[in-house]
Structure formats: structure tokens, C-alpha cells
Design a protein around this ligand. Structure first.
Ligand SMILES: NC(=O)c1ccc[n+]([C@@H]2O[C@H](COP(=O)([O-])OP(=O)(O)OC[C@H]3O[C@@H](n4cnc5c(N)ncnc54)[C@H](OP(=O)(O)O)[C@@H]3O)[C@@H](O)[C@H]2O)c1
Length: 325
């Protein structure tokens, strides 16, 4: 497994996102033993970058990750996130990045993860009610205390990133980036490179769509978050299948899977990019991790760069409202 640097933090260039093991997608929390096997398989294959968040569950995903890492904590760069749970009474999905909320959040995360330090601690969404300088000031204190090693932002816009980085170095920005979500390439990616901040693409498989497993809205259970995602609904889903078919054609040429092509394309975008594909199954960890060894030709990359554009926003209206761009 090759490694990359995220603003000075060394990680395997393919990581593992743990969210779907406990939240949002159907099947979450139905087989924790397999989820733990998936995490262990990842570590055995050289994956050193594990991603979770306080809000996943909430709390139970961190607990699961903590359980899986018992005795193996020092093998991973452990990333988690705060700011989408207000401990002052607001509860889940209330944005709160105030210093007081961060203080409470970090203690809970450390306890659930069974560790005394977090390698990469992200603000999950920008809090419009707390100046970013105050948030990063509180994070800098946690770094000074040794509870946090590096800080990150998720779905922050350019101006916020600059202001944050001026207070304390930001190691990574986490945002959605994949074959069907590329809007960051115009301005955000050049800014990250100017500032020396790494990029962690979330949902690198398009929430699973780019793997080709969804062919109809009937393939999505009613309790699944994707049921209401604009790219997975009705006619949009049918139109978006053109993208998967184009990726599948290249996968067939190189004897790979569509998931592997989606990841190999991301890896080809730079050595400051470390995607975190999510799966709760050990076999898919093996498949996704093997994308590290796939080299795409210039012609294949050109074709992937010119895929049919997606139909539908990447999040629903309320989700888009919390994203700073
Ligand atoms: N910062 C943020 O706001 C934010 C937002 C979303 C996600 N994230 C992070 O990013 C990580 C990944 O994102 P994601 O889970 O939303 O999307 P993803 O990685 O694009 O796709 C995950 C989905 O694809 C399926 N899958 C994975 N590998 C597959 C394969 N080889 N073949 C077929 N299906 C496959 C998974 O199902 P199975 O589990 O059943 O295999 C799951 O349903 C999350 O775990 C989380 O840590 C962060």
C-alpha cells in the first residue's frame, strides 16, 4: 500500500470509512462482527487511515471503531469529527463548533474510541454561529494538550479554510470528491495545494452508486438515506446509470471492478489525496484496497474525465445548505 502526506500527516492512500457500518445506509448495525472483520482486514492489508464521526449513530460508530482497534490503536491514523451534535441541549444535527461544545465532544470521542489521542480531528460542518477562529483556537489548545495531533475541516469553503489555516495549520479538508462530484477542482483544490492542505475525498464511490450495484430505485430500502438523495431518485437514477456503464466499460478493459476504477481515478488526481471508501464487508475492503495497484492509461483517464455529467445535486436541499460552496 502506497502512502501519501496530508499536510504532513502520513496515511495509506486508500483508507476506510466506517460510517455505513452504523448509520445512514440500510444494513447498518446489523452485523457488527463483520464490520470489525472489515476493519481488521483493512489493517492487515496496510490501510492505516480510519474515518468515523461523533454523529454516526450518533456515538455507536465510534464505539464500534474503538472496539475494533483494541490492542491495535497504534497501527492507525484515527480520524473523527465533531460539530454536528450540540451537547448544550440541541442534540443531533444541530451545528455547534463553540469551544465549550468541542471540549465536551472530544472527551466523549476519546472515551468511545478507547484512546487518549485523536490523530485527525475534523470540524464536521462549519458552524455559522461560531467564528472559525474560535473553533480553531479551541482545537489548537487540544493539540497543545496532546489530545489531538492534527486538525481538519469538512465541507468548508475557501474563505473559511484560509482563516482557519491562519490560526493553526489545517492538515486536511474532507469533502465529497469522485467521478460524479468534481466541483472542487476549479477553485478549492488549487487553494488546498497553495496552502499545503491534503484532501480526503468522502463518498469516493458515489455513496455506492459508482460500483454499479444500484440499477433501480427498487434496489434502495426505504430506511436508506439514499432513498431521498436527488441522484438516486426516479428518472435521475436511470439517467445516472449512463455514468456507471461508461466506467464499467473501462473496468472490463483493465480487468478490474467499477469500484476499483472509481478509486484508481481519484488516486491519479494527486499525491495529496487519500480517499476513504466505506464498506462494512471484509471482501469489499479487499476489492477496494486493491485499487492501489491499478494504473490507468492516459486515454482511460481522459475518458473518465469526460464522463456524462450527473443529474441531481449530491445532497438534498437541507444537506446542501450546510455545505460552504
Ligand atoms: N465528512 C462528511 O460529511 C462525510 C459524508 C459522508 C461520508 N463520509 C465518510 O466517507 C466514508 C465513505 O463514504 P460513503 O460510505 O458515504 O460512500 P462510498 O464510500 O462512496 O460508498 C459506500 C457504499 O458503497 C458500498 N460499497 C463499498 N465498496 C463496494 C464495492 N467494492 N462494491 C459494491 N459496493 C460497495 C457500501 O456498501 P457495503 O457497506 O454494504 O459494502 C456502501 O453502501 C464514510 O464511511 C464516512 O467515513 C464523510
Amino acid at each position: 500500500m502506497q502512502h501519501v502526506s496530508l499536510g504532513g500527516l502520513n496515511v495509506s492512500r486508500i483508507g476506510l470509512g466506517a460510517m455505513g457500518m452504523s448509520a445512514f445506509y440500510s444494513g447498518a448495525s446489523t452485523d457488527d462482527a463483520e464490520s470489525i472483520r472489515a476493519i481488521h482486514r483493512a489493517l492487515d492489508l496496510g490501510v492505516t487511515h480510519l474515518d468515523t464521526a461523533e454523529i454516526y449513530g450518533p456515538f455507536i460508530n465510534e464505539e464500534l471503531v474503538g472496539q475494533a482497534l483494541r490492542g491495535r490503536r497504534d497501527q492507525v491514523v484515527l480520524a473523527t469529527k465533531f460539530g454536528m451534535y450540540s451537547h448544550a441541549g440541541g442534540g443531533p444535527y444541530v451545528l455547534d463548533s463553540s469551544p465549550a461544545n468541542i471540549r465536551t465532544a472530544v472527551e466523549g470521542s476519546l472515551k468511545r474510541l478507547g484512546t487518549d489521542y485523536i490523530d485527525l480531528y475534523y470540524q464536521h460542518r462549519v458552524d455559522p454561529d461560531t467564528p472559525i477562529e474560535e473553533t480553531v483556537g479551541a482545537l489548537a489548545e487540544l493539540v497543545a494538550e496532546g489530545k489531538v495531533r492534527h486538525i481538519g475541516l469538512s465541507e468548508a469553503g475557501g474563505e473559511t479554510i484560509r482563516r482557519a489555516h491562519a490560526v493553526h495549520p489545517v492538515a486536511a479538508l474532507q469533502t465529497e470528491y469522485s467521478l460524479w462530484t468534481r466541483d472542487l477542482e476549479a477553485e478549492l483544490l488549487p487553494l488546498l495545494r497553495e496552502l499545503g492542505i491534503g484532501l480526503v475525498p468522502y463518498s469516493p464511490l458515489g455513496h455506492g452508486f459508482l460500483t454499479g450495484t444500484f440499477r433501480s430505485t427498487d434496489d434502495i430500502a426505504d430506511d436508506d438515506w439514499r432513498k431521498t438523495n436527488p441522484r438516486f431518485t426516479g428518472e435521475n437514477l436511470q439517467l445516472n446509470l449512463r455514468i456507471v456503464d461508461e466506467v464499467q466499460a473501462i473496468a472490463t478493459e483493465v480487468d478490474a471492478t467499477t469500484a476499483q476504477i472509481a478509486l484508481a481515478w481519484l488516486l491519479a488526481q494527486g499525491d495529496d489525496i487519500a480517499p476513504i471508501p466505506g464498506t462494512k464487508r471484509a471482501a469489499r475492503v479487499e476489492e477496494n484496497t486493491a485499487a492501489d495497484g491499478i494504473e490507468l492509461s492516459t486515454g482511460q483517464l481522459d475518458r473518465l474525465n469526460n464522463l456524462t455529467p450527473p443529474v441531481g445535486e449530491r445532497h438534498d436541499e437541507s444537506g446542501m445548505a450546510a455545505i460552504e460552496r
